[in-house]
Design a protein around this ligand. Sequence first.
Ligand code: DOR
Ligand code: ZN
Length: 359
Amino acid sequence: MLKLPGLIDPHVHVREPGQTHKEDWDTVTQAALAGGVTMVLAMPNTKPPIFDEATLNLALTSAKQKARCDYAQFLGAGPDNADKVAALADKAAGLKMYLDSTFGELRLDDMTLWMPHFANFPKSAPIVLHSESRTMAAGILFAAIYDRPVHIAHVSLKEEILLIKAAKEKGIKVTCEVCPHHLFLTAESPSPSGRGARGEGESSGRREVRPRLATKEDVEALWQNLDVFDCFATDHAPHTLEEKDSENPPPGFPGLETLLPLLLTAVDDGRLTIDDVIQKSVVNPRKIFNLPEQPETWIEVDETAEYEIKAANQFTRCGWTPFEGWKVKGKVRKVVLRGKTAFEDGKILAEQGYGMNVR
Ligand code: DOR
Ligand code: ZN
């Protein structure tokens, strides 16, 4: 049995308030614990989005009643809430800025709308950017001009990781994360049953995610530059199968329950080390997002357990996984959170409301 610290996932879409048919604070924190994650940072693109005191309280009230693991909630940057969110910084995980189009209403197209947020949000509090390709380059320029840290979410392209590497070498305060789906899937990956990505029988909606799955060359560049990544993050973004298979499929993959098995399988294959997992899923997220240590918290993993990933065994409400049928090695057996066994042998033991707001 391998003993590890509880993992921190800095990028999770909880869907409550507003879309609890996809997920809520109860099911998402069950999925987290089953995946060995003891702390989640929740994204603000809910319905309504979390963008002021009233909406922050809405999310935190549900979280307080239902969360089974520890958490904090991000605020969303809107066109006219820079003063409001800056005043709430202490109560939130940080500020999320959507600079490219994706799921939900929060989006800042015009760079003049970025400026008040960079000027006002406390430098000691995290800013996370959803920014792809050249938008990401603009975001890094903002970090340099305003001389403050930014964290780039879900890096997926070779050009992105090479630019972040160069920015770090220049001393610009930029950190970044990578998601398992961008490390293990490409736009061309065949599905586990051997069908093509958009092949017969598999809805193309199930491949929709933002940033999109990239080319093999991009994926190879991410693996080659693994040392440039500060964190692993799931971007757990549950949508139901009905929605994914519809005419207008929303982008996003669930990921909390597949993160650690996929990473441990990569460790077994010699592509990663256990120390990489600890640094990028515990030590660095704690530092970047100023998170407290969780006392008496650890997970126990059977590194030798081989099995197939199956949506039927998951706790997320969305009912599917892009990794269905994948063979992995490494199973979470037990999770102890603040002295209490929260998960053991497939059963959630932590109660609703046990989770603590770490802010
Ligand atoms: O694929 C995605 N889904 N990317 C995002 O940026 C948002 C997310 C969601 O909320 O569904
Ligand atoms: Zn996201």
